[in-house]
Design a protein around this ligand. Sequence first.
Ligand code: AMP
Ligand code: MG
Length: 491
Amino acid sequence: MTVHFPFQNSYSALPDSFFARVAPTPVAAPRLIKLNRPLAVQLGLDPDVLETPEGAEILAGKTVPAGADPIAMAYAGHQFGQFVPQLGDGRAVLLGEVIDKDGIRRDIQLKGSGPTPFSRRGDGRAALGPVLREYIVSEAMFALGIPTTRSLAAVVTGEHVIRETALPGAVLTRVASSHIRVGTFQFFAVRRDTDAIRRLADHVIARHYPELLGNERPYHALLAGVVARQAELVARWLLVGFIHGVMNTDNSSISGETIDYGPCAFMDAYNPSQVFSSIDEMGRYAYANQPRIALWNLTRLAECLLPLFGEEQEKAVEQAQEILGAFPETFSKAYQTGLRKKVGLFTERDGDEALIQDLLDAMAKNTADFTLTFRRLGDAAGDPAADDARAEFMDPAAFDEWAKRWRERTALEPQTAAERQAAMNTVNPIFIPRNHRVEAVIQAAVNNDDYAPFEELVKVLAKPFEDQPDYAAYADPPLPDQRVLQTFCGT
Ligand code: AMP
Ligand code: MG
């Protein structure tokens, strides 16, 4: 049996300045630790064959499969506000693209597969811990229904990578609808290569925004499309308590998927100014700051597109500003609609926003767990005697006071208690990738070569909205001594 990838590559057919052709670097002793079988099938790949030793060699970058055209993509980016004119895939190669079962073009990329011309001082490798974190969190995001890159496989390389200590090396096979970032446009903008910007924009439109083909002002419409998708994406993050951690422009996807899971985390207790990333000293990428940063990143994209907006740059700037001006409303609509569902409201009335804000304020003041408060609120909607939600509040009376107003409000709607609870349970997960769980899984794998905890966590998180009584403990927030205060970058 040989592994067959039905590659249909399009990015590597773009001009040479878009990438560097580079093969992955072979590794010593690849061992497959996880294959995402359903995703393999979705991509038209045979999971049984991928699980053979030959499959593991491909997924580790030891063998390049037929039809692959491996490249490292060029991009630039603002990192914590500082512009870096050349970043690029320093430890990843795009093997190629396949068309999935739904007709969607998907990139298959190896991350941690060795140095490339963009590696700068890096070794081109990834450590096992960050690979497992990305696997767990990206697949959890997918199960939550949030646009995201996926994880097809994780392999250990049989080699060590040197970080602060020597750690087991690993490669993640990442699947994305593309790896084109705001930073990809910036790469050409800083080089004043307008032809390349146009080529890239045309590629993006054909690939991610085909409804704009034939549009009278395709590049304006492209900016509007990315603005809308990013606004909706960030709203979805906030609604599940997700903190990306490194919202640099090079980690901001043009397709509107969540990309580059580094020091990301889900918050436990609700705290709008929560930061996890050890490198985010200023709180630039704090939970509640994410919409503002998304707009900042989109403004950088708009600057790149200005040369395509017409000869008159003053007018182009005005047009860009108008398009960017849609962000707050699109974000706010997505966020408020999502919040209304989270508290079980089927209709929209004056005062809803204030009612919900009062709950969030009380949650923050009372260090209520974000995920469990909403899930338990669903229980309270189903049965007024269910009082687990109030137990999330340091001062349960704060919840009681709010719940009285909430019950008056929900009573204005015709839905039954059971209907309300069922609806709430489809938007309020019970299981999220809690940081202390992710850390425990990583420790077991790295220190004891034990992947059973990883397997179990991945399995539970695949059904985040379903009560799974056998795994109830996975819903629990960390005990004080289990709390993870900082997460570290994936490098
Ligand atoms: P990240 O923080 O993972 O988004 O990466 C930012 C930039 O640093 C990208 O250009 C990466 O390709 C590059 N990079 C990160 N880690 C490494 C590494 N170990 N070796 C080479 N390049 C890296
Ligand atoms: Mg990145």
